[in-house]
Write a protein that binds this ligand. Structure first.
Ligand code: ASP
Length: 704
């Protein structure tokens, strides 16, 4: 066995690779040598049709077209919030799942959008126009923001119906303009019950072996003319240029797999100073705060199903981050990630100092970054409160948004903050109104009170005036929640168009408080702009000198743009004397099943398993239905919902998680601990066919 494991490790080591490759880099890879049965043009072809055209970004997650009638597969957890919004205690789709057996039964997923890439181009020169090495840091950030906005506006004017955005690939250095088609009428088609889609709940989250059926189907619609349109009964299913072929035979251990998806953020090019800030300040602050908030919300919903349902999506997303940060903190504790960085920085410093010209040009880079992080640490407590205070309470979020909107409306559209530009107002209003669906008075009061108390305890040098001028925090919070108007949908809709004067006349205490807080948040933003501007200048130089030193090109950190990564179906050794194999099966679902809500497997699944009714989805060697697969690809948050593809580019799984040990790979990828998890397509199809009896979806995907 030992020998086999060693051999497998060696085999896979040959293939495993760090890398979230942007579209521009794919053609540089020798795909044939890595075992691909397709070439780079099949994956990305700017002048033709390729797999990229079948990849979608759905509300921050990744997703895939799987039929020519706009059918999309993504994760259950990616649509969870939407499912919660359309559920009631009587019609509880979160608990029971939902299947639309006709197109008419599909439920509009308000607020969800699907984005497809149309094209991209390098706009670094235009973005950095007007900036020199001596530009004031605040000015630098402002110029970049302004240039970016005008490039976006011009692109959207040139291509009506498309949305444009600029992505920073290397800070201060490389910028890419992406043009997207954004589909706005998305509907729920098939959502498994929570006991399948979130099997194992938080216990199993970020854990292998895993048995979660984390998948859902949705459908994208467009207007009768084929153009993007908001929901209307007369809309038609969208016809994508390309959809993925779903291969019901899946893959096996050691097979090559790859992913096309939208990884959110990684920090591998950051310095040790940033990593120390993460380890010492940001991660522990957020982890503790989330843990406390989750405990309060769980207690509030314990004996009240309606409250539990209303808070479920918020608990889920806070818990996801909380456990991820615990994993990262453990990683920092156990692995020499910061030490390795420091060593690299020492060597780089020696390289810089070895040449006079280099020293002159790059001598200030690392010391400069260090002093920015010293500044960041000096007011981190206050900054943490100011970053979190608005979001701590739904009422304060709404009050603050209304006030900001009234302020921003006075400016010409192009000068407003992006969220308040005319094109984004429908989504902004939608967000406000849907946040009310998870509003809970007890929780909102508690969270507001807690953060105000924290704020009032800040050291004098970091105090927040708007909070200090509240005489009695308890009484203030009571007055805010005595008869709040911002919980009334009709009032919020009306207030959405109010001017500053009209808002003032409402004499609403939370709007007043948001107004008092605003200049302090603004001031902090200016301080942040200065720091970002300085880091922007220094980071660009850091990349230059590192490239000169290592004589190689770098892959930019993840930034929510489309990337490809590849690897192998492969187990791992999480701890001494333990080896995890990479395919879990229905047997494991049965082993974990119990009456606990997280493990309460539907009766139908238990019955099918008892009959060994696996249909065509049985893995021959395992003699069972594969449920989840594990691989050494390079993924992060945002890759949730990504298609996992075989060497031919056929869909064989849907990525949804990483292992606990792999959460640290946002800072440093390593083939020994970086493992990601997908739901196996065989489990998806088995559920659809046997459990949901929704064979019509298999027909639509061309499977039967
Ligand atoms: N489950 C993860 C997420 O929440 C996916 C990942 O980070 O690997 O985004």
């Amino acid at each position: 066995m030992k020998k086999i494991i060693l051999l497998l490790c060696m085999l896979s080591f040959l293939r495993a690779d760090e890398g979230m490759y942007p579209l521009s880099e794919i053609h540089k890879l020798n795909l044939k040598a890595k075992g691909f049965k397709i070439n780079a043009k099949d994956i990305y072809n700017p002048n033709g049709i390729s797999l990229v055209d079948a990849s979608v970004n759905v509300g921050g997650c990744s997703a895939s077209f799987v039929s020519d009638e706009g059918l999309i597969i993504t994760n259950h957890h990616c649509v969870f919030g939407t499912v919660q919004q359309v559920s009631t205690v009587q019609n509880d789709y979160v608990t029971n799942g939902f299947i639309a057996r006709t197109r008419e039964q599909e439920i509009p997923a308000k607020g969800l959008t699907a984005r497809i890439i149309d094209s991209y181009r390098d706009v670094s020169k235009e973005i950095l126009a007007g900036i020199s090495d001596t530009t004031d840091p605040v000015e630098r950030t402002k110029i970049i923001e302004k240039n970016s906005k005008s490039i976006v506006a011009e692109a959207e004017k040139k291509q009506p119906g498309m949305t444009a955005s600029v992505a920073e690939m290397f800070a201060g250095k490389t910028y890419i303009l992406f043009i997207h088609k954004t589909l706005k009428d998305i509907r729920l088609v098939y959502v498994p019950p929570r006991s399948v889609g979130e099997f194992g709940g938080e216990n199993d989250n970020w854990v292998w072996p895993r048995h979660t059926g984390d998948f859902s189907f949705i459908r994208a619609y467009v207007g009768p003319d084929g153009n993007t349109a908001e929901y209307s009964a007369s809309n038609k299913p969208f016809r994508p240029k390309k959809h993925f072929i779903v291969n019901p035979n899946g893959v096996d251990e050691n097979d090559l797999v790859f992913i096309l998806g939208y990884p959110g953020r990684t920090f591998r090019h950051q310095t040790s100073y940033y990593l120390e800030y993460e380890r010492d300040i940001r991660l522990p602050f957020t982890q503790k705060r989330n843990a406390w908030m989750i405990a309060q919300m769980e207690a509030a919903g314990k004996n009240d199903p309606e409250v539990a349902l209303a808070l479920s999506a918020r608990i889920k997303s806070l818990a996801n981050v909380e456990k991820n940060y615990r994993g990262k903190l453990k990683g920092f504790d156990h692995l020499p990630i910061i030490q390795n960085k420091q060593k690299e920085e020492e060597e780089l410093t020696a390289f810089i100092n070895a040449g006079e010209a280099r020293k002159k040009k790059y001598g200030d880079v690392l010391t400069g970054i260090k002093s920015v992080y010293e500044e960041v640490r000096s007011d981190a407590q206050r900054a943490n409160v100011l970053t979190n205070i608005i979001g701590s309470s739904t009422l304060l979020t709404i009050g603050n948004t209304l006030m900001k909107l009234a302020e921003e409306r006075q400016k010409p559209d192009a000068e407003r903050q992006s969220a308040y530009m005319e094109k984004n107002l429908v989504a902004l209003k939608q967000n406000l109104l849907s946040s009310l669906r998870s509003y809970n008075r007890t929780i909102d009061m508690l969270f507001l009170y807690d953060i105000l108390r924290n704020a009032s305890d800040l050291p004098a040098s970091q105090s927040i005036t708007a909070v200090n001028s509240i005489k009695n925090i308890r009484q203030f919070v009571d007055s805010v929640f005595a008869a709040p108007r911002l919980t009334d949908t009709a009032f919020v809709e009306k207030a959405f168009t109010m001017t500053i004067v009209q808002l003032k006349q409402t004499n609403d205490p939370i709007i007043e408080f948001a107004r008092a807080l605003s200049p302090e948040i603004e001031l902090q933003n200016t301080v942040n702009r200065k720091r970002t501007g300085e880091l922007n200048r220094l980071s660009a130089k850091l990349v230059d000198i590192k490239q000169e030193w290592k004589k190689t090109d770098f892959i930019p950190d993840a930034n929510s743009t489309l990337r490809m990564t590849f690897g192998t179906i492969r187990g791992y050794i999480p701890s001494d004397a333990t080896y995890f194999s990479p395919i879990s099966t229905l047997k494991g679902v049965m082993e974990k099943s119990s009456n606990e809500p997280e493990y309460n497997t539907p009766k139908k699944i238990r019955e099918l398993y008892a009959k060994k009714d696996f249909g065509r989805y049985k893995h021959k060697k395992l003699n069972d239905v594969p449920v989840a697969i594990l691989y050494d690809m390079d993924t992060t948050g945002g890759n949730s919902g990504s298609p996992v593809l075989n060497a031919k580019g056929e869909l064989i799984g849907v990525n949804f998680d990483r292992t606990f040990e792999a959460t640290i790979n946002d800072y440093a990828w390593n083939e020994s601990y970086s493992r990601s998890i997908a739901v196996d397509i065989r489990y998806v199809l088995w559920n659809v066919e046997k459990v949901g009896e929704a064979g019509f979806l298999l027909n639509e995907m061309g499977i039967r």
